[in-house]
Ligand binder design. Structure first.
Ligand SMILES: *Cc1c(COP(=O)(O)O)cnc(C)c1O
Length: 364
């Protein structure tokens, strides 16, 4: 198969899915895939065997979830436009408004639909301001219990999303307690509560049993159906970006240029100033892996290899699914990676390739 391509390995996806199914079974919660993290619908057949549906950030994600993922479709967006709302309602089981303003604007048209409101508890586990829903002056949800109470008869659920790659159960537990302390009297009047995404419960060593018990106790206390909206936790470690070395140079360090680009194919590395991951990253040779765009800082990271790299060598960049495939773009006109799936029996199958025509069609 011609590089570059994203390779989704179902045998690496499956353990995550099995953990999610165990959690939902033992907690009574339902799990919805957050499409903003991962929307590669060719593997939705497998994922939908283990999860209950999808949640969204836009009308297009709502439609994708409805068309390609059996189960429930939750529709959330920071703001719906007037011309979108009919389509949103037609393609969703629940609509979650980000603000009382949006709820009021669409109150009449959405009457009869299951409606929820995003609530911002004012604390989060995010350490990066850019991705912190509880940052000062946050526009993500309503925060005032009194204001929410005034519209409570228009909604049957709340969505809280304030975890971010949180692998610490005690921290999750404490933040949920904070939510209960502040909004418990309102939660008790709801039928369903979504606790959002960002709980890293498929990670190694996470106390799934404690999480299940906590979610079950929460649901029982308030008489609500709990939803989780995992994104990263669903696909973590399942996918690689397969690239080839095109050239090598030496400028104080060993440099290898590959047929990919951070900005075009793994944009979050740049946004969050992170290094890519390569496995096993071992050996006596130190090499900087660089993208082929003309951005000077287009660098995947520095890694160890058993032997000097040369043109034609293949490299697997790890963990290339979440917030990665959904963000790929045509910067520099770099060949967009194809998408391939490694089936459970080990066979690799190309499911999508991108051409010059796709590049040209993205603009006009
Ligand atoms: C981003 C987001 C998610 C998914 O978050 P992950 O960290 O990928 O699990 C879920 N719900 C909402 C509202 C989000 O904004």
């Amino acid at each position: 198969m011609q590089t570059p391509y994203y390779l989704i390995d179902k045998s690496r996806l499956l353990p995550n899915l099995q953990k999610i199914a165990w959690l939902t079974e033992h907690s009574g919660a339902k799990a919805l895939l957050a499409l903003k993290c991962f929307a590669t619908w060719s593997v939705f057949d497998l994922i939908s065997e283990y999860l209950d549906g999808t949640t969204s950030s836009s009308l297009f994600e709502v439609k994708l979830g409805r068309q390609h993922f059996p189960g429930e479709t939750h529709a959330y967006s920071v703001a719906w436009a007037n011309h979108e709302i009919d389509d949103v309602l037609r393609n969703s089981d629940k609509v979650i408004f980000n603000s009382i303003g949006q709820l009021s604007r669409f109150e009449e048209v959405s009457r009869g639909h299951t409606r929820g409101l995003r609530v911002n508890p004012g604390v989060s586990t995010s350490t990066f301001d850019l991705a912190d829903p509880a940052r000062p002056f946050s526009r993500l949800g309503e925060h005032d219990p009194a204001a929410i109470e005034a519209v409570i008869d228009q909604i049957s659920g709340f969505m809280f999303h304030n975890n971010c790659e949180n692998g610490d159960f005690d921290r999750f537990d404490a933040m949920l307690q904070g939510i209960e302390d502040r909004f418990g009297h309102l939660i008790a009047q709801m039928d369903w509560i979504s606790l959002g995404g960002g709980i890293h419960f498929t990670g190694e060593g996470y106390p799934l049993d404690k999480l299940a018990a906590r979610l079950k106790a929460f649901a029982d206390t308030y008489g609500v159906q709990v939803y989780l909206e995992p994104g990263e936790a669903v696909i973590t470690n399942s996918t690689t970006l397969e690239v080839s070395v095109l050239d090598t140079l030496h400028n104080g360090k060993n440099l290898a240029i590959v047929d990919s680009s951070t900005e075009a194919h793994m944009l979050d590395l740049l946004i969050y100033r992170e290094s890519a991951k390569i496995a096993p990253n071992a050996g006596p040779e130190d090499w900087m892996i660089c993208g082929k765009s003309c951005l000077a800082g287009d660098i995947f990271g520095e890694f160890k290899f058993p032997a000097p790299l040369a043109a034609g060598d293949r490299i697997s960049i790890q963990d290339a699914a979440g917030y990665t495939m959904v963000k790929k773009n045509w910067f520099n006109g770099v060949q967009m990676p194809s998408i391939a799936i490694k089936e459970l029996d080990g066979t690799e199958r190309l499911v999508r390739a991108f051409s010059y025509d796709d590049f040209a069609a993205a603009l006009s």
